[in-house]
Design a protein around this ligand. Structure first.
Ligand code: ADP
Ligand code: MG
Length: 684
C-alpha cells in the first residue's frame, strides 16, 4: 500500500486526537512531518560489557545471572519496588525495578538475562534502576543502534519508534525527486534507503550516509531557491543613480571614515549607479559605524531624485536613527519623517500624503512599515538595520514592496565570509571589519561568583553609580525555561531594588512585556530616570546610552559568546572607561574557558570563530536568535563540505534547466514548488 505522505497524522493507526495534539507540539501534523522527524542522536548498544568494566554513570548492555531471591515490597502509595542482585564472573550489581510486576513474575533466580541501563549507586555498590530486561538469548532485541528523537510531554521515544516502524516496515514508499544519474553522480542514497537507515540504522557508517543524503537535499533545494531569486533579480533593470557626489555630506562629519567604511560605500555606490538592482548585505561588528554608511547610501538616492527608507527592529532604535541623522539631513535640505508604533493614525495619513507628493525624502521607521500600506512616489532604496531575522521569506517581502527597489540589509552578526557568501548567495556582501580609531577596550572579567565575590561586584557597581554612571544587569531568559528564568530575574530585581541598591533607581525590563512598556523603560534609562536596569536579554542591539559603563551578565555561561559580545557592545559608547562582568555559578572548567575568550578578544568575528571551535555551531547559530534558515538536519557550519557540493550541484542544475522544465526534473520541480511556494510566487 502506498501512504499519501501529505495525509493528516491521525490517518495512522495508533494516532488519535489526543496524540495528534501532542505531536503537533513538536511540529508533526502530517505523515511527512513524522517521517522527517529525524533522530537527534543515537544510542549505541553494540558493546556487551562485563560488570567489572562498568563506569559510574554510563549506560551499559550486559548479561548476568540473577543470584538471589527477588524481594518485592510495597513502598509509599502505589509504588511497588522489587530488587535483586545479578552477577557475572567479574562482579555483581543490584537491580531495582519499580511497578513492573508483570516483568518481575517472568524472572527466575539462577537464570541468565540481558540488561540495558544506567550504572548508578556509589563507588561501593553499583545499582541499576528500571533497566530493560530480556532473556540472554534475546539480547538482540535490546541491542543495536537506537534512535533518540526530539520529544514532548506525553510522547515517548518508544512511541515515536513504533510509529516509524509502522511507516517504514509496512507501507511507506517515498517519491525519489532525483534521477538515478544524479544520485550516482553525487553518490547519494535513494530516498527510501536514506529514510530507512536514518530511523533504523544498520551501522554507524550507514547513519552518516543516510544523513548525508538528507542534508544534501535540504541544502541543494535551499540553494536552488536562492539562485532562482537571484536569477529573477538580475533580470530586473533599475534607474541608475548617476550622481555620486557625496562631498557635501562628508564635510558635515566630525570624523574621518574608516577604510572599511569607505570600501563599503564604494561598493554600494557602484551598485546604485549601475543598471542592476542592488541587493547587498553589510556585515559589521557592533560599533563599526554602519549607520553612517546607510545614511550616505540614502543621501545618494535622494540627490538622484529618489526616496529612501530605513527600518529598525524597534521603536527605540528607529527613533535613535532619526534623532542621530535628522540634524545632518536638515543641514543638507533633505526632508525626513518617522513612523513607529507611537505614530497616530492621523499622523500616519499625513505622512502618507507627504510621501506620495514627494515631500518626504527619507522615511525612518520600524520593520512594520513594510507590512503597512505606506506608499512612496519614487522609492529608490530600502535599508533594513540590525536585521537578524531575515530568512528568504523576509527578503521576498521586502522586494515585493517595489519591484525595482535597491535593498541594503545591515547586520551585526559576525559570520565568516565564506559561509555568509553561500548562505546568502542571493545577496552581495560587504564587510566592515574595522572599528573607528581610538575606541576604548571594554575591561572584561569572567568571574565565578560566591557570596564574597557578589559583595565585591556590588560595591564596584555602587561606586560607578555614585559617579553618575549607569549599569545594565542582564539575566538569561531562554524560551524552554521561560517561567523559571523570569522568576529568577524578577527576584534579582526585587533584591537589588529593596536590599542592595536602595539608594538608586532600579528598573526592570523583560521579554514578556508589551513593546510599549519596554520602550517606556528604555526611554527612562536613556534619560537617566533609571540608574540600574535589570533586564532579560531584550536590550536591543544598537541601543545607545553613552552614560552606561557596566554590563553585568548573570549566568553568563548560558549565552552564546556572540550574544555576550553584542551585550558588551551596549557599554563603552561614551568617553568613560567601561566594564563587562560575566558572572557564572557553574564550576565546570569548560564554561569558564569559553567565558575567558571574552576577556582576551574584542573582535566579534574572532570570538564567533573561537566559539564555534569550542562548542560547534548549534548554540551560536541558534535559529531563533539569528534567523538563519531553518533546516531539519543540515547545519551550515558543520556541513560545509556538503554545502559546497550541494551548491555546485544546484549551479549545475540552474544552468542546465533554469526553470526546472525538463521531463527528468519534474519530480524535483514539484518538491521545489511545495517547499518554496511563497518564494516562487515572487520569483516567477
Ligand atoms: P553600528 O555599526 O554598531 O551600528 P554605529 O553606526 O551606531 O555602529 O556607530 C557607533 C558610533 O561610532 C556612532 O556614535 C558613530 O557616530 C561613530 N562613528 C561611526 N563611524 C566613525 C568613524 N569613522 N570614526 C569615528 N566615529 C565613528
Ligand atoms: Mg547600528
Amino acid at each position: 500500500m502506498k501512504i499519501d505522505i501529505d495525509k493528516d497524522i491521525t490517518y495512522l493507526r495508533g494516532v488519535g486526537e489526543k496524540r495528534a495534539s501532542q505531536l503537533e507540539k513538536i511540529g508533526i501534523t502530517t505523515v511527512r512531518d513524522l517521517i522527517t522527524h529525524f533522530p537527534r542522536l543515537y544510542e549505541e548498544r553494540n558493546n556487551i560489557k562485563t560488570i567489572g568494566e562498568f563506569l559510574f554513570g554510563e549506560y551499559v548492555l550486559f548479561k548476568a545471572k540473577i543470584i538471589n531471591k527477588i524481594v518485592t515490597r510495597r513502598a509509599r502509595g502505589k509504588l511497588i519496588v522489587s530488587s535483586f542482585f545479578v552477577g557475572d564472573n567479574t562482579g555483581t550489581i543490584k537491580i531495582v525495578v519499580f511497578n513492573q510486576q508483570f516483568l518481575i513474575n517472568t524472572l527466575k533466580e539462577g537464570e541468565e538475562y540481558a540488561f540495558y541501563g544506567k550504572v548508578e549507586g556509589n563507588v561501593l555498590r553499583f545499582e541499576m534502576h528500571n533497566p530493560e530486561i530480556v532473556s540472554s538469548n534475546k539480547i538482540e532485541t535490546i541491542s543495536g543502534i537506537k534512535p533518540i528523537y526530539p520529544l514532548t510531554k506525553g510522547i515517548t521515544n518508544n512511541y515515536i519508534i513504533s510509529l516509524m516502524r509502522t511507516l517504514i516496515n509496512e507501507s511507506l514508499e517515498m517519491e525519489e525527486i532525483f534521477t538515478n544519474e544524479f544520485l550516482n553522480k553525487y553518490d547519494l542514497y535513494n530516498i527510501n534507503k536514506a529514510m530507512n537507515e536514518i530511523h533504523f540504522p544498520s551501522s554507524l557508517d550507514e547513519i552518516e550516509k543516510a544523513r548525508h543524503r538528507h542534508v544534501f537535499e535540504e541544502l541543494y533545494l535551499y540553494q536552488l531557491a536562492l539562485m532562482s531569486i537571484r536569477l529573477k533579480q538580475e533580470k530586473q533593470t533599475n534607474m541608475p543613480m548617476k550622481n555620486t557626489d557625496i562631498s557635501k555630506l562628508i564635510k558635515l562629519l566630525n570624523f574621518e571614515l574608516t577604510n572599511a567604511q569607505k570600501n563599503t560605500i564604494k561598493e554600494i555606490t557602484k551598485d546604485l549607479s549601475s543598471d542592476k538592482v542592488m541587493n547587498r548585505l553589510v556585515q559589521g561588528d557592533v560599533g563599526s559605524g554602519k549607520t553612517i554608511v546607510a545614511a550616505i547610501a540614502m543621501y545618494i538616492a535622494v540627490i538622484n531624485g529618489y526616496q529612501a527608507a530605513i527600518m529598525a527592529p524597534t521603536t527605540i532604535l528607529a527613533t535613535q536613527h532619526y534623532e542621530d541623522l535628522k540634524p545632518m539631513y536638515d543641514k543638507l535640505g533633505i526632508k525626513t519623517q518617522i513612523i513607529t508604533g507611537k505614530t497616530t493614525k492621523k499622523q500616519k495619513s499625513e505622512i502618507n500624503k507627504l510621501l506620495l507628493n514627494g515631500e518626504v525624502n527619507i522615511l525612518f521607521g520600524t520593520h512594520a512599515i513594510i507590512e503597512e500600506d505606506v506608499e512612496f512616489s519614487k522609492m529608490g532604496l530600502v535599508i533594513t538595520d540590525e536585521q537578524h531575522r531575515f530568512g528568504v521569506r523576509h527578503r521576498m517581502e521586502l522586494a515585493k514592496k517595489g519591484e525595482k527597489v535597491n535593498t541594503l540589509v545591515m547586520s551585526a552578526t559576525p559570520i565568516p565570509r565564506t559561509l555568509a557568501m553561500t548562505m546568502y548567495s542571493d545577496l552581495d556582501l560587504s564587510i566592515i571589519d574595522e572599528l573607528p580609531a581610538g575606541r576604548k577596550v571594554i575591561k572584561t572579567n569572567a568571574v565565578y561568583v560566591n557570596e564574597s565575590m557578589e559583595k565585591r561586584i556590588n560595591t564596584f557597581i555602587s561606586k560607578e553609580l555614585d559617579k553618575g554612571r549607569q549599569v545594565y544587569v542582564v539575566c538569561p531568559l531562554i524560551e524552554e525555561n521561560e517561567d523559571l528564568d523570569l522568576t529568577a530575574a524578577t527576584s534579582l530585581y526585587e533584591q537589588y531594588k529593596n536590599e542592595v541598591f536602595i539608594n538608586y533607581n532600579v528598573g526592570f525590563l523583560n521579554g514578556k512585556m508589551k513593546n510599549k512598556e519596554k520602550d517606556e523603560i528604555m526611554t527612562k534609562f536613556k534619560s537617566k530616570e533609571i540608574d540600574l536596569l535589570v533586564s532579560t536579554t531584550v536590550i536591543e542591539v544598537g541601543v545607545n546610552v553613552p552614560n552606561a559603563t557596566i554590563m553585568v551578565v548573570e549566568d553568563a555561561e548560558r549565552f552564546g559568546l556572540a550574544s555576550l559580545h553584542q551585550l558588551r557592545g551596549r557599554v563603552g559608547r561614551g568617553s568613560y572607561e567601561s566594564y563587562c562582568i560575566l558572572k557564572t555559578k557553574k564550576q565546570a572548567l569548560s564554561s569558564m574557558k569559553r567565558l575567558k575568550i571574552m576577556e582576551s578578544s574584542n573582535d566579534g568575528f574572532n570570538i564567533a570563530e573561537q566559539d564555534l571551535e569550542l562548542r560547534g555551531p548549534g548554540d551560536f547559530f541558534g535559529t531563533r536568535q539569528h534567523g538563519l534558515p531553518e533546516f531539519k538536519l543540515a547545519d551550515l557550519m558543520k556541513n560545509m563540505t556538503t554545502l559546497k557540493l550541494a551548491t555546485d550541484a544546484a549551479k549545475h542544475t540552474m544552468s542546465d534547466d533554469p526553470g526546472l522544465k525538463k521531463e527528468e526534473n519534474q519530480k524535483l520541480s514539484n518538491e521545489f514548488k511545495r517547499k518554496f511556494k511563497e518564494q516562487l510566487e515572487y520569483a516567477n
